[in-house]
Design a protein around this ligand. Sequence first.
Ligand code: PMP
Length: 441
Amino acid sequence: MPEQPAGRSAGYPLHTRLDAYAERYAARTRGMKASEIRALFAVASRPEVVSLAGGMPNIGGLGLEALGETIRQLVVDSGTSALQYSSGQGDPRLREHICDVMALEGATAHPDDVVVTVGSQQAVDLVTRVFCDPGDVVLCEAPSYVGALGVFSGYECEVVHVEMDEHGLIPEALSSTLTRMSAAGRRVKLLYTVPTFHNPAGVTMSAARRGEVLHICQAADVLILEDNPYGLLGFDVDPLPTLHSHEPSRVVYLGTFSKTFAPGLRVGWAVAPLAVRDKLVLAQESATLCPPTFSQQVVARYLERQDWQQQVKDFRLLYHERRDALLRALDEYLPAASWTVPDGGFYVWVTLPDHLDATAMLPRAVGERVAYVPGTAFFADGGGRNQMRLSYCHPTPERLVEGVRRLAGVVEAERELQAMFGSTSAPRRPGGYQRPHPDVG
Ligand code: PMP
């Protein structure tokens, strides 16, 4: 259906009008908005544009012949069960393998505590559905993962951001936010955190801070939602113990095969204390009856029959090389900015000089054939105006360098314009999450 120009939908036939049923929508849909930069991302997917925006894993190196054979055998040997409905909690064999995967990060989990989900994205949704009423507060890092902000806003939660720095969430900021919430009589239901190789900030919570954050949440009786999609994708660093492995009764832990295998299979998981797990299974059954049987069995067979640990090492090398290329290019071309140095994962968080507005600059950047995600996408409160997320997971090292060179030209042109005419920034938008594009990741 063609896009309708804003304010002109009244002339379209009822069944094609975007506003046709607006007055009947549930109140919770108010938080479901596409961002005004979404159209730009359609342009940004053209091959001539270097996209530093998308967070899609780089799965070109997967051995597709071998995988195809594994899938063929699965259908031939066990098609009638692999293509059937199955347990709401997830395939028992896969749940055992998930515990082995978690052990690589030093975590112990029992298969009974695992709930398989449709990617970890669905796990965020189910946990929020189980815990949050409209108006409940969810604490999130500043900035925070765009897809989780979308879930919280969909359930009408109030997101309150807690400051972070290069060592992750700042414990003092967490304490003072909790005190402020309690003084205001607000119920804090969850702390949502991505402690390792953060999306979008690219930082990792230090070991000392992990202990402090757990201690503070324990004292305030706040449940932690630990989202760890990138933990196995570290460069030259040993994984830090997860929050969950310190204190399993205080943490709902989320993992996924999206970054270590393939996101299209949509297989993730939650590990939760018994009572929470019980509710998550009921919520899962009402959402999907069961997580996709076929995908789960593909993942289980892949883990059993292919050298997946070598594949994860290959992914690490690939992302490491690309991170280095991006950082070198930033050093060379963007000295006016500052940025984080990720030890793993996909993202670098860039802070421009204070007077620049990354959202206002984006159309010019796309015109110059480079795209990024403006910082405001990762805040529920309008923050991040002079910041942006750059992903290095997809472009080749040469393209990354070229992308940063183009970006530097755009930043320089913006600085010159401002020197001549003053600020070109759009007025600061009121708080409210807007999803830029599904590919943003
Ligand atoms: N959490 C974080 C922090 C992510 O970056 C992503 C994907 N970009 C997800 C959750 C969702 O991943 P999936 O649903 O594919 O497992």
